[in-house]
Design a protein around this ligand. Structure first.
Ligand code: HAM
Length: 421
C-alpha cells in the first residue's frame, strides 16, 4: 500500500512549527477583543443554501465549493468563507444589535494549489452587524491595519472602493454592461459568454484582454448616489483622521457578490502578486435580508492566515509572533521510585501553573537529559538517588552552565518561580 499523505492543497502544521499560528491568533484576539468583538464558532459545513448569496456568478460558488449530499439526503457545503455562516447564525439566534464577532477557522475552496493558495486555508476575521454608520467601516478597516502592525507587517497597502447600493448600482450596472457589450469581442472567452450574468465580475478579471477593456470602462465611483457618495467621503475622512494611508481602486469589486458600498483589500507589498491579497472585506447591507433575515446592515473582513505568515516571514521572521511560548521545566527522574517522584513532581508543578513536561518509560538518565535539552525548557528538575533519599530536587539551568542546586521538594515551586523571573 502506498504511504498515506494529506490531500493536495492541504498541509499539516506540527507542534514544532505551530507557535507562530498560535501567536498570530492570540495577537488578533487581543486587537479585536479590545474593540468589543467576541469569539464566535460556527460549523465547518452548512446547508448549501447558506452560501447562495455569496454569489452564483462567482468562482467561489460556481467552481470551488466542496458540496455533497450527506447520508440524510441534505445538500451540504464545506464553508468557502465565514461571513455567510455568521449571517446565518445571526438570523437564527437574533442577538441584540449592534453585534460584533470575531472568528478563526478553516475554509475550503477547490482552487489550483500554489504558494499561498490552498484548498483548505485559514482565516481570522470580524463581522459587525446592525449599523450603517461609515465610522464602523473605518473601525473595521483600522482593526485589520492595527493587527498587521502588531504582527510586524509594515509593507502593506490598503485598497479602497465603493460599489454603491440598491439605489445607484443598477444604473451603473446597465451603463457598464452597455460599455462591455460594445467591446464583447475583446473580452476573455469566459466573459464573452457570461457577461450578462454579472458584468461587475469583468472588473475583477485578471486576464489581460479583459483588463485592457476595463481600463476605459465607466467607474462606479463616478456614479454613486448622494447617500453612497456621503458614506464614502466619511469613510475616507475617518481613515485620514486615523492616519491610515489608502489608495482608491475603482476596480476593486472583490470575488464575492454580497458587497454594498465600502469594499477594501489589504495587499502585502513584500509578496508575489498571486498571493499578495493578505485579506479583504467590506460592507454587506443586503446580505442578511437576502438570506431571509430582518433588514440588517453589516461590515467585516477576513484575513488569510497562511498569507499573513508569508508576509511576516518576508519581513524578518515569525519569532516575534512565537515569543512567550515554551516549557518552563522538564522533570528528569531516575531516583528509583519507579517513576512516582517524577509523576508527582510534574503534577505539583502543573498545579502551580508552571509549564512542565517529563520523560516516560523509565528511560536512562542520559536519554532523559537529552529529552530535557530537546524540549526547550529553561530548567531541568532532577530527582536522582541522592535527591530521592534526601527529599530534595536538583535544579539545573539548561540555558546557562550555572551549577546545579538542590532544594527541598516543599520549596521547589517558589525556587523555580524565582529563577524564571
Ligand atoms: P476573500 O477575499 O474571499 O474574502 O478571502 C479573504 C482572504 O482569505 C484573502 O484575502 C486571502 O488572504 C485568503 N484566502 C482566500 N482564498 C485563499 C486560498 N485558497 N488559500 C489561501 N488563502 C486564501 C472573504 O472570504 C470574505 N468572507 C471577507 C469578508 C468578511 N467580507 C466581509 N466580511
Amino acid at each position: 500500500m502506498s504511504e498515506l499523505r494529506h490531500p493536495p492543497g492541504t498541509f499539516d502544521v506540527l507542534p514544532a512549527d505551530s507557535a507562530p499560528w498560535e501567536g498570530l491568533i492570540r495577537a488578533f484576539a487581543r486587537v479585536v477583543e479590545a474593540a468589543g468583538y467576541g469569539l464566535i464558532l460556527t460549523p465547518t459545513f452548512e446547508d448549501l443554501a447558506v452560501f447562495k448569496r455569496v454569489g452564483e456568478s462567482t468562482d467561489v460558488v460556481r467552481k470551488e465549493m466542496y458540496d455533497f449530499e450527506d447520508k440524510g439526503g441534505r445538500h451540504i457545503a464545506l464553508r468557502p468563507e465565514m461571513t455567510a455562516s455568521v449571517a446565518r447564525a445571526f438570523i437564527q439566534h437574533r442577538p441584540p444589535l449592534p453585534w460584533k464577532s470575531w472568528y478563526a477557522g478553516s475554509n475550503f475552496r477547490y482552487e489550483r494549489p500554489q504558494a499561498g493558495r490552498f484548498r483548505e486555508f485559514h482565516q481570522v476575521g470580524i463581522e459587525a452587524f446592525g449599523s450603517a454608520d461609515p465610522d464602523l467601516d473605518v473601525e473595521v478597516m483600522s482593526l485589520g491595519w492595527e493587527f498587521y502592525t502588531a504582527a510586524g507587517i509594515t509593507r502593506r497597502e490598503l485598497l479602497l472602493n465603493s460599489l454603491g447600493d440598491g439605489t445607484c448600482r443598477p444604473a451603473y450596472r446597465a451603463l457598464l454592461l452597455a460599455y462591455l457589450e460594445s467591446h464583447r469581442d475583446e473580452l476573455c472567452e469566459e466573459h464573452q459568454i457570461r457577461l450578462e450574468e454579472n458584468p461587475l465580475r469583468v472588473l475583477d478579471c485578471k486576464k489581460p484582454a479583459c483588463q485592457k477593456v476595463v481600463a476605459g470602462a465607466p467607474r462606479q465611483l463616478d456614479h454613486l448616489c448622494d447617500d453612497c457618495a456621503a458614506h464614502f467621503a466619511r469613510v475616507k475622512n475617518g481613515l485620514g483622521a486615523l492616519q491610515i494611508p489608502y489608495t482608491v481602486d475603482s476596480k476593486l469589486v472583490r470575488g464575492l457578490d454580497y458587497y454594498t458600498r465600502t469594499t477594501f483589500e489589504y495587499a502585502g507589498l513584500g509578496l508575489e502578486s498571486a498571493q499578495n491579497a493578505l485579506g479583504g472585506g467590506g460592507r454587506y447591507d443586503g446580505l442578511v435580508s437576502a438570506m431571509g433575515g430582518p433588514d440588517t446592515p453589516g461590515v467585516g473582513f477576513a484575513l488569510g492566515v497562511e498569507r499573513i505568515l508569508l508576509a511576516v516571514e518576508a519581513e524578518g521572521g515569525t519569532d516575534r509572533l512565537a515569543a512567550g511560548r515554551g516549557l518552563d521545566v522538564f522533570v528528569v527522574d531516575f531516583g528509583g521510585s519507579g517513576g512516582d517522584a517524577g509523576r508527582d513532581l510534574t503534577a505539583l508543578l502543573r498545579a502551580a501553573g508552571l509549564r512542565a513536561d517529563r520523560a516516560f518509560d523509565g528511560r536512562s538518565p542520559k536519554a532523559q537529559f537529552k529529552a530535557a535539552d530537546r524540549s526547550g525548557a529553561r530548567l531541568a528538575l532532577v530527582v536522582g538517588p541522592d535527591e530521592a533519599a534526601g527529599g530534595t530536587v536538583a535544579i539545573k539551568d539548561l540555558q546557562t552552565s550555572a551549577d546545579q542546586v538542590s532544594v527541598p521538594v516543599a520549596d521547589v515551586v517558589a525556587e523555580v518561580r524565582q529563577r524564571l523571573g
